[in-house]
Design a protein around this ligand. Sequence first.
Ligand code: DGY
Length: 319
Amino acid sequence: MKPRLVVTRTMPEAVVARAIADYETHFLDIEGRFGADKFLAALVGASAALVTPADRIDAGLIARIPACVKVIGTFSVGTDHIDLAAARGRGLAVVNTPDVLSFATAELALTLMLMAVRRAGEGERVVRALGWKGWTPNFMLGTSLEGKTLGILGMGRIGQALAPIARGLSMRVIYHNRRRLRPDLEQGAVFHAEEADFLGACDVLSIHLPGGAATRHWLNAGRIARIRPGAIVVNTGRGATIDDDALIAALVSGRIAAAGLDVFAEEPAVPSGYLVLENVVLLPHLGSATRETRVAMGLLALDGIDAVLAGRAAASRVV
Ligand code: DGY
């Protein structure tokens, strides 16, 4: 008999096919808000669950997960939506999807950077509103990324994927991280151990921090005051790492020239202060949203679940 797997959200076709082939799969196809009671009811008799970053698996819920469930796979590299300590305490394994989404997320960080410096969102809105009066030398001028300094905050896999792309645009790359990388991973990016030096050198700050209490509101008014005036801020990590009130105030004053944000603390809600600003690009958490990447994520999550249930080591095991 196949083990039972509960899948919270609709998955790419190839992932569905593999899940059905290997498991007695129960698809909840949740849209919008995650319902813990529905999830728990489906878990009766299950060995595993495949969840997403939109599903909050907190300590209270973990305490109610039936003992037959041995592993939770998350369709994400981020794990801040799961209480890992509670999972560890309950002996519940957690596997995620590292590596396979790094390039796609780096691509999206670049998209946001370009949109922000070249005012692409604003320009598109003008065209759609039939407000474009024609070409003039001073119309809607932005700035170039060429020769500018990109500061990568959090030089993990995604930051490391972004660095060579930025160099292709003739940007200088610096980074701030808990520790310095090996030279072969740095590939010429310059490490700044001191946060203040790092912030003062950034023309573009790209944030790649994990979520969680340790990084909450990392970008606050104090740190914004240390960034080079007129810099651009891009975030494809987790929304809660930015103090939105502080960033909105800096965008209004022009202290930060523009921002590109793909992630928000209370998704899908977006702070209203951003919605009225022309100098912020807002995307609906699209970092890993390519067909190729989403299939790879699903298959990797299933690899991890398979491995745990078979008693094998899983490289993607977090707990
Ligand atoms: C992740 O994997 O954590 C991403 O945020 C999903 O795109």
